[in-house]
Design a protein around this ligand. Structure first.
Ligand SMILES: [Zn+2]
Length: 514
């Protein structure tokens, strides 16, 4: 893709007031830590964007309810058991339990004990930040305290554990989000101890599956670890804490073999596990932002383009969780051969993250198109999360009577990414930049910020995409001398119709249709 195509955003609105510097200090900008690259577009803080009535808000609310009511002893049980501590409370079931009956052919009970704990903490912390729900913040802080008691220096938890890197990546994310978004006072200290505990159980570098298979292993499931997704959250831990130790471990797990090939435009996707190899694009982007080497940006840009070259019409990808050889009709053939067409919550979460990074960095609106396509065609149609861990996992695109059904096992990976993604819907819709606000998703929502101490809001009321017409209201008072523009993403179709349209938005409280 071309690096910049700002003209593809339709410049329509003059909302008010001077430069946007005041709103640049958003949640994911960290002024204390030197980083190489500051993308032209930032993100708003979670509380600044509120979803209004609609299916996305319903998903957010349902996930909030389900995860707020999770049994805390149940969540901590695998950690307590593996440390030899008293472990009251229920077994959660599915992938989450300690168990000895797992086998990779037919039984995934006890596959990765406690794996999604960190994602539930992360989802709750972000949802607290969006909603301001005090019980949610209190739950995050109780879970972090409970988890802290299970952390000891040798990392007994990880002995004979199938996927230590995979689980720790989520734990790391949960702790940095508890610190950042739920103001947890001990989360960073716990992360420091937990990192010391896990390091002896991780390899010296990121390992591909082929490398894991070539090393001695207890069984095939021990070769499925995803150490190549670790850098993103380690870089974020560095940026949020200022502790250079995390910078060192982030660099240690950079997936050089994969990024180097992608940066050179070699398509090495075929045969690779799909979601984790999209998720690691976000690690490449953090490497780019922190270290400043363009190679990582090229790897992420080329990699996502190669994924786009093998997506279904919905925007989903990865039949049977794998990438296929492009140009051989294999994606079409998969419509007859599998019902595991797209790993929906995880895949959509990974796609939201990478398109958000690339949109912010390049301002290329086509990344917004990609996000929107996956939003409406995949995750917005996910069946609701159930309180007992029953989860929507695969979209089934099979030509023969494709059905929307729940997954066979409780508490799989997709139960971890779903609440993180629904919390991220709002911040994915609007992006502040020096020249104005970029409106990327046309979802019922309201964004609020303060400019020169003047409160400003933009409200979108819309039934898009069912109806193409959208109503947008600005309540920003008009202040001279300068104005802030709003840039609305023009979808693919609209770009074709009016490639260079520029329309000014009538300022001051007047509802505008476009
Ligand atoms: Zn999943």
């Amino acid at each position: 893709m071309k690096s910049t195509s700002r003209r593809q955003f339709l410049k329509t609105a003059a909302v008010a007031t001077g430069g946007l510097m005041a709103i640049r200090a958003a949640a994911w900008d960290f002024p204390n830590v030197e980083v190489a690259i500051t993308p032209p577009l930032a993100v708003f803080e979670y509380p600044q964007v509120q979803l209004l009535e609609g299916i996305l808000q319903q998903q957010l609310e349902n996930n909030h309810k389900v995860y707020l009511n999770l049994d805390e002893d149940g969540l901590l049980k695998p950690f307590r058991q593996r440390q030899g501590m008293a472990a009251p409370g229920p077994d959660m079931g599915g992938w989450y339990d300690n168990g000895d009956d797992f086998n990779s052919q037919s039984n995934f009970h006890g596959f990765i004990p406690g794996h999604t704990f960190g994602q539930y903490v992360s989802g709750l912390a972000r949802t607290y930040a969006v909603t301001g729900s005090k019980p949610t913040q209190a739950k995050v802080q109780r879970l972090v305290r409970g988890f802290a008691e299970t952390v000891e220096p040798t990392g007994k938890f990880y002995v004979d554990y199938r996927l230590p890197g995979y689980t720790f990546d989520k734990t790391c994310c949960g702790l940095i989000d508890a610190h950042e978004f739920a103001q947890d006072p001990i989360a960073l200290d716990v992360l420091k101890r937990a990192t010391e505990a896990v390091l002896p159980h991780l390899p010296e570098k990121a390992l591909s599956r082929a490398e894991q298979e070539a090393r001695p292993h207890k069984s095939i499931a021990f070769t499925w670890d995803e150490t190549y997704t670790l850098p993103e959250n380690f870089f974020l831990a560095y940026r949020r804490s200022g502790d250079k130790r995390y910078l060192e471990v982030a660099k240690r797990f950079i997936y050089h073999e994969y990024y180097d090939a992608l940066a050179e435009n070699h398509n090495v996707l075929p045969g690779k596990h799909a979601y984790s190899h999209v998720n690691t694009f976000s690690s490449a982007m953090q490497a780019y932002l922190v270290l400043g080497d363009d190679k990582y940006l090229r790897a992420a840009t080329n990699g996502l383009r190669m994924v786009h070259e093998q997506t279904y019409a919905t925007g989903g990808w990865g039949p049977n969780e794998g990438f296929v050889e492009p140009g051989k009709g294999l994606l079409a053939a998969s419509l007859k051969s599998t019902r595991s067409s797209f790993e929906t919550p995880c895949g959509a979460y990974g796609q939201f993250k990478i398109t958000r990074y690339l949109l912010r960095t390049t301002r290329d609106s086509r990344y917004g198109d990609s996000m929107e396509r996956v939003l409406y065609n995949t995750i917005a149609g996910a069946k609701p999360m159930q309180a007992d861990g029953t989860t929507f996992y695969y979209s089934d695109y099979n030509n023969d009577n494709g059905k929307k059904v729940y997954y066979k096992d409780k508490w799989p990976c997709c139960s971890g990414t779903f609440p993180q993604l629904t919390a991220d819907y709002g911040i994915s819709a609007y992006y502040p930049g020096d020249e104005g606000i970029y409106i990327n998703l046309f979802i019922p929502s309201k964004v609020s910020w303060s400019q020169n101490r003047t409160p400003c809001t933009i409200t979108q009321k819309t039934s898009y995409p069912r109806r193409i017409r959208r109503n947008c209201t600005s309540t920003s008072p008009v202040l001279k001398p300068s104005r802030c523009t709003c840039e609305f993403r023009l979808g693919q179709m609209r770009r074709a119709e009016c490639p260079s349209t520029e329309r000014k938005w009538r300022p001051r409280l007047s509802p505008v249709s476009f």
